[in-house]
Design a protein around this ligand. Structure first.
Ligand SMILES: O=C(O)CCCC[C@@H]1SC[C@@H]2NC(=O)N[C@@H]21
Length: 366
C-alpha cells in the first residue's frame, strides 16, 4: 500500500461505489488560511526552540543547533535556540516547555521537543528533517500558517489548539495503516486519564473512522499520517490537531468541560501532550508486540460506528443498486468490515473523492 520513497497520506484510495450516511456537520478546522499570514511568514524567519527530557536529548538539541541542519521546505529561513534560550519574552499563550517535560514519563516518544511560536506546519518540520531527528522527536507550534490536513486540505491552526507532529519508524508495512487508529486512541485515552486524575466528568471524545476526533457531534480534532520508505524502514510522520481552548468556530474541549462541570479546571495543551505520549508509548508497544487485536475492544468502544447502517450505492452499468450494510469492525488491513442484509461480509474502502470518508466507499465482498 505504501510506495517506495514517496510521501503518502494513509487515507487515499480509489473510487467506484458510493455510500450515503445522514449528513455530517461541517468539520471545524479545515478552512482556508489568509494569504496575508503566508506572506508574513515568507518574510520572517521561523523560530524553533529545541529542548530535551534528559541530558542525552539536550545534547542532541545542542548538536542540531550547532550543525544548523534543520530545514524548512522551500528553504524557509530558520533560527534555532536551545531551551531556556528564548528569542523574545514568551507571551502568556505560549506553550510552556517545562510543564510538558515534567509530566512526560516516556522512554522514547516526545523526549526531544521542538517548539515554535509560529511556523508553516509542524508536519513539514518533522517530515523534512526525519533523518536528522531521533525517533519519537516531536515538533509543536502555538500557531501554524500553513497547516496540512489530509487530502491536501488546509488545516486552520489558531491559538488555543494543540498542534504537533512526531516521528515513528516501523518495519512492517502491513500494519502501518493501523497506526493512525493507535494514535486516535492514545488521544482519547489521554483525555480520559486527565479527567480521571482531576475528578472531572468524562468528555465523550469519539473516533470517527478513519482519523477524526468528534465531540458533541462536531469535529474537534484530526490526525494526519504520512510515510516514506527508506532502507527497509517505514518512516512515519504523525500529525495531530486538537482544539483545546478556542471556541471559534464551533467546539473545543474547554467549552464542553465548562458546560459539564462547575470546577474551574481547564485542559492545557502541555498536560494533554504529555498524557498523549505517556499513553501512546504503552499502546504502541502493545500494538507492535501483540498486534492491533490487543487494542480492538477499546477502539470499538471509542469509535462511532459499531452497528452503524450505511447505504451502499453500486453502479452496475445502467442501474444504480442500493444495499444496506451494517458496520462490524475493522478488517486486518484497517478498512471497514461490514455485513449486508444477505449476510455477505464485505470490506468498505473510501473512494478518495470526498472529504467525508463515508460519502464514497468502495465495497469489496469477502
Ligand atoms: O485532515 C485532518 O483531519 C488531519 C489534520 C491534521 C492537522 C495537524 S495539526 C498539526 C500537524 N501539522 C500539520 O500541518 N497538520 C497536522
Amino acid at each position: 500500500m505504501l510506495s517506495s520513497n514517496s510521501l503518502r497520506n494513509f487515507s487515499q484510495h480509489s473510487s467506484r461505489v458510493f455510500i450515503h450516511l445522514r449528513p455530517q456537520k461541517k468539520p471545524i478546522l479545515s478552512l482556508a488560511l489568509s494569504t496575508a499570514a503566508e506572506e508574513m511568514d515568507s518574510q520572517s524567519p521561523c523560530i524553533l526552540v529545541l529542548s530535551g527530557k534528559s541530558s542525552a536529548e539536550i545534547e542532541i538539541a545542542k548538536s542540531l543547533k550547532s550543525s544548523n541542519t534543520l530545514k524548512l521546505p522551500a528553504n524557509g529561513e530558520v533560527r534555532i535556540f536551545v531551551h531556556p534560550e528564548i528569542p523574545r519574552p514568551p507571551s502568556e499563550d505560549s506553550f510552556q516547555i517545562d510543564l510538558f517535560l515534567k509530566s512526560l514519563l516516556t522512554n522514547q516518544f516526545g523526549r526531544l521537543f521542538i517548539w515554535s511560536p509560529r511556523l508553516p506546519s509542524t508536519h513539514d518540520v518533522v517530515s523534512h528533517n526525519f533523518c536528522e531527528l531521533p525517533i519519537g522527536a516531536v515538533c509543536a507550534a502555538d500557531v501554524q500558517s500553513k497547516g496540512r490536513g489530509r487530502s491536501k486540505n488546509v488545516w486552520e491552526s489558531p491559538i488555543g489548539c494543540l498542534l504537533f507532529s512526531f516521528t515513528i519508524q516501523m518495519d512492517d508495512g502491513k500494519i502501518v495503516p493501523l497506526l493512525q487508529y493507535v494514535i486516535s486512541l492514545a488521544i482519547t485515552e489521554a483525555i480520559k486519564e486527565i479527567c480521571d486524575q482531576n475528578g472531572l466528568p468524562y468528555l465523550d471524545v469519539r473516533i470517527k473512522w478513519p482519523n477524526d476526533l468528534y465531540l458533541n457531534g462536531l469535529k474537534v480534532g484530526g490526525i494526519l499520517c504520512t510515510s516514506t520508505y527508506k532502507s527497509k524502514k517505514f518512516n512515519v510522520s504523525a500529525g495531530i490537531g486538537l482544539n483545546v481552548d478556542n471556541e471559534k468556530p464551533t467546539v473545543c474541549l474547554n467549552a464542553v468541560l465548562r458546560e459539564l462541570s462547575i470546577a474551574s479546571y481547564k485542559f492545557t495543551r502541555e498536560d494533554i501532550l504529555a498524557a498523549f505520549f505517556n499513553k501512546f508509548e504503552n499502546l504502541y508497544n502493545l500494538f507492535i508486540y501483540q498486534g492491533f487485536q490487543a487494542l480492538e475492544e477499546l477502539y470499538y468502544k471509542t469509535w462511532l460506528h459499531s452497528g452503524q447502517r450505511v447505504i451502499v450505492q453500486e453502479k452496475n452499468e445502467e442501474r444504480v443498486v442500493e444495499n444496506v450494510v451494517s458496520i462490524q469492525g475493522l478488517t486486518p488491513s484497517g478498512y471497514l468490515l461490514a455485513v449486508g442484509e444477505d449476510n455477505q461480509m464485505c470490506e468498505l474502502h473510501p473512494d478518495g473523492n470526498s472529504f467525508d470518508f463515508f460519502k464514497g466507499l468502495v465495497r469489496r465482498n469477502l
